[in-house]
Design a protein around this ligand. Structure first.
Ligand code: TNX
Length: 543
């Protein structure tokens, strides 16, 4: 009797396991209960949605396209249907914030409820993670479950540097797709740096005519002094830029995936490319003309925008006007990092500016520079964000700080009641190694394993509750000095980006490294099936 009962229990358990593959969603939902049974996508399934609402229909179409990709079937969408349905509801009473959602999957219907389209979109991502990664001929099924979910942080980001190497619009879209599939919502697009200018600015055609193209000796050395721009395109063999039309398309593509693009135009340093094209806005124009020498800027002095020259500010503001017209983002990133102050020290106009403004040193001149840009951005209803060097010499009144040299800049800013995005080199620089350097592709340096990324906590213990509220979230940065191919970009962000997504979305107490590893397995299989490159080096080290 006892034996029979145990055998029965065993058989029942096996059936249950067979019938219900365990749901393995990343980032882990705040609350998920899996129930017995599945919702089967038989021929009768229809979608019910408020078809007059464009914003909701964007999400619904995204969902039906995704289902079509893995099954070949097109789900009909109607305002009211009976029978087997997948229902999309927007209701302010859903009570899950602006990005949260409630999801109920039963054998008879699927119901998604959210206060905003973003929540519906994230519910869709949870559903899609339970479907096959690629086209199959099997009838699709989703395990029965109840989810209530909402993110912990509002800035869930990744940065891509397209200056050191240029990446096609297709790669940028794929990057955005990957972010969206893990419920990340911010794409920081590093569009201008010393090694190349990448966005069309109609008023200043030399930025793309000249500063987007270089003699590609980058491969021999990634010493920036080796980068040479050249007016003669036959000699400038490497480069590229995004036209304004392409930018608009990418911005819309991201918006349809609930991703905001924060554009970055570096100033006052990291400006070599722009200075090659428009040396008149640097302090030492004779040194920075691309025509004069092979190395377009002296190895001893990096050019900056001239802080003593009003026309340099006007130049940048005209650029930002075009940038703002393309990007609806509330935040505009102005860089601000690693400013070599030598050229300002040697510049009579900068020294004069310091006198008239009562500035004690070049750090204060840098602060003056950023203050002036902030005023301009605020006048255009935008917010300034910059790397943590913008703290030096005095932080602009409403600036948001992106803390990269560890967390100390972020801590300081939060203590001054400024908003902060955490992005410390350890562990959030994804240009660093993720496994044994002996077996990984050449990386910038450093060592940021999957486990270290997973265990990252964006809120420093040093902050009290009200200061902690200034931590908007975090982001990882993919600098591309060493990365030139589409495949290599995938490789560096997978699987670390999903780990970061869980840090930023899931409840702190629910994070568990071994549980994450288990949930990651089907995602890795999905990467394989979809031909996405990812590093396996993470699994050979346990630090
Ligand atoms: C520092 S992070 C930089 C970048 C480099 C990166 C390499 C930051 C604001 N500046 O210009 O690409 O290190 O990891």
């Amino acid at each position: 009797m006892k034996n029979g009962f145990l055998t029965g229990l065993f058989v029942w358990a096996i059936c249950l396991l067979n019938a219900q593959p365990q749901v393995r969603i990343i980032p882990k939902p705040v609350s998920l209960q899996q129930q017995e049974g599945v919702f089967l996508f038989d021929k009768s399934v229809q979608v019910q949605a408020p078809v007059a609402r464009k914003d909701v229909m964007g999400v619904v179409n995204y969902f039906t396209n995704a289902v079509k990709q893995v099954s070949g079937n097109t789900l009909p969408v109607k305002t009211a249907v009976s029978g087997k349905t997948i229902r999309f509801h927007i209701e302010p009473t859903a009570d899950v914030g602006t990005e949260g959602y409630r999801l109920l999957v039963t054998p008879a219907y699927i119901e998604i409820r959210a206060g905003k389209p973003a929540g519906l979109f994230y519910a869709v991502q949870s559903l899609l993670q339970t479907l096959p990664a690629i086209r199959t001929n099997q009838v699709l099924q989703i395990p029965c479950m109840t989810i209530t979910d909402a993110p912990r942080f509002k800035w869930r980001g990744m940065m891509l540097d397209v200056s050191r190497h240029f990446f096609s619009p297709e790669l940028v879209k794929e990057f955005i797709d990957l972010l969206a599939s893990y419920k990340m919502n911010t794409f920081h697009w590093h569009l201008a740096d010393g090694a190349g200018w990448r966005i069309e600015i109609k008023k200043y055609p030399k930025l793309t005519g000249l500063a987007a193209w270089r003699v590609d000796d980058w491969g021999k050395s990634w010493d920036w002094s080796q980068v040479r721009f050249n007016a003669d395109r036959s000699k400038a063999t490497y480069g590229g830029f995004y036209t304004q039309e392409q930018v608009k398309e990418i911005v819309a593509y991201a918006a349809a995936r609930q991703v905001t693009i924060v554009p970055e135009i570096e100033m006052p340093g990291h400006s070599e490319a722009a200075m090659a094209a428009y040396p008149e806005y640097s302090c030492l124009p004779h040194k920075h003309s691309f025509q004069e020498s092979g190395d377009f800027y002296g190895k001893d002095v990096h050019p900056n925008y001239c802080a003593g020259n009003d026309s340099a500010f006007i130049f940048l503001q005209n650029i930002l006007k075009e940038v703002m017209a393309l990007f609806p983002s509330q935040y505009i990133h102005v860089g601000g990092d690693e400013v070599d102050k030598t050229s300002w020290k040697q510049c009579a106009r900068c020294q004069q500016r310091m006198k008239t403004e009562g500035l004690k040193n070049e750090e204060e001149l840098q602060s003056y520079f950023i203050h002036r840009m902030e005023k301009f951005l605020i006048a255009h209803q935008r917010k300034l964000i910059g790397w943590d060097e913008i703290l030096e010499g005095g932080l602009a009144p409403q600036a948001t700080v992106m803390s990269w040299r560890g967390e100390s800049g972020g801590i300081k800013a939060a203590q001054m009641n400024h908003d902060v995005v955490m992005s410390p080199t350890g562990p959030l620089y994804f240009d660093y190694y993720q496994g044994d350097p002996e077996t990984e592709p050449l990386a910038f340096g450093g060592f940021n394993t999957l486990k270290r990324v997973y265990n990252y906590e964006p809120i420093p213990a040093a902050l009290n509750k009200s200061q902690a509220a200034h931590i908007l979230g975090a982001q990882a940065n993919l600098w591309t000095e060493q990365i030139s191919s589409h495949e290599h970009v995938e490789y560096m962000i997978l699987p670390r980006m999903p780990a970061l997504a869980e840090v930023l979305w899931s409840a702190k107490e629910s994070r568990n490294w071994s549980d994450f590893n288990q949930r990651l397995q089907p995602h890795l299989e999905g990467f394989e099936q979809r031909g996405l490159r990812y590093s396996k080096g993470n699994f050979k080290v346990d630090i």
